[in-house]
Design a binder for this molecule. Sequence first.
Ligand code: PEP
Ligand code: MG
Length: 326
Amino acid sequence: SPEGITTTKSNDLGEEEQDGSTGAIFGNMVLAANVGSPADIPLVQKFKAHGVGLYRTEFLFMGDQLPSEEDQVEAYSKVIAACVPHLTVIRTLDIGGDKKAPALKLPEEQNPFLGVRALRLCLRRPEIFQVQLRAIWRASAAGPTAVMFPMIATLEELVQAKELLFSARDEVVREGYPVGELQVGMMIEIPAAAWNAKRLSSEVDFFSIGTNDLTQYMLAVDRENNELADLYQPHHPAVLGMIARVSQAAEKAGIWVGICGEAGGDSLLAPFFAALGIKELSMSPGSLPKVRQVLSKLTFEGVDKQKFVERILECGTAAEVIEKLG
Ligand code: PEP
Ligand code: MG
């Protein structure tokens, strides 16, 4: 178990609580699922996720035709309704990089991961973005909903995205559609945004850290390149240090932080995230039982959480981090 951390074992929990799905989780952290479509709802239910922390909407856009507003309202509403009373976090379109959308007929780029990806594309093609934003507002009537923008590097992009979001709200409300309360967040997956989290925090209700891209961009390693797989290190102390910086900025600003990259489902890292005060871990549904088990046994009795975090961040290598957490 992690250095300096005590764990407790309960023997008197009911069957449901044995896997922690209704029992106490350290810090009341929310364990949510990552999904790509309503077809994933049975997995959300099977693994008893408390909501969806990342709904990757781009899969709707990968066919030969773009989805209509109605198609989108239907898909989003299904997921939101299935998660009630828990929150569904819908991520706006993240096409580009590894995710292709033939219907958009995008020009080839030399460096797609550094190119017109995600929100960058949406801000350049507002007619597509507007339809999605309208659909998200309309779907928000189905239950607790949040929206988040991927691949933000600058404050201006966030401000622009929010302007489009609220103009879409005005439109659908004017047309008489019911809308819900929508939490507005952004992904932190570009180092410049992570570094600038303090300033960005005043513009959003939450941050969701995308560790897959944050790792890729911090270590300058293509996340898809097998040749460099050993250098693709989510446990690198610089990545974890950046996450710590983001969470400290968010805490000062009074907004919550989730982790939705693969690291969110890493049971080795879960105590580190818990010590940082991360509110939600969102992961592939199959990772939920292990992470839940770790967090339901975790206590920091007699351990200074800040010191624990510092000891991890003092490491010089990912291997050292893994050894300390192991
Ligand atoms: C991430 O980058 O960590 C993330 C969750 O987004 P995706 O894997 O879809 O790029
Ligand atoms: Mg990403």
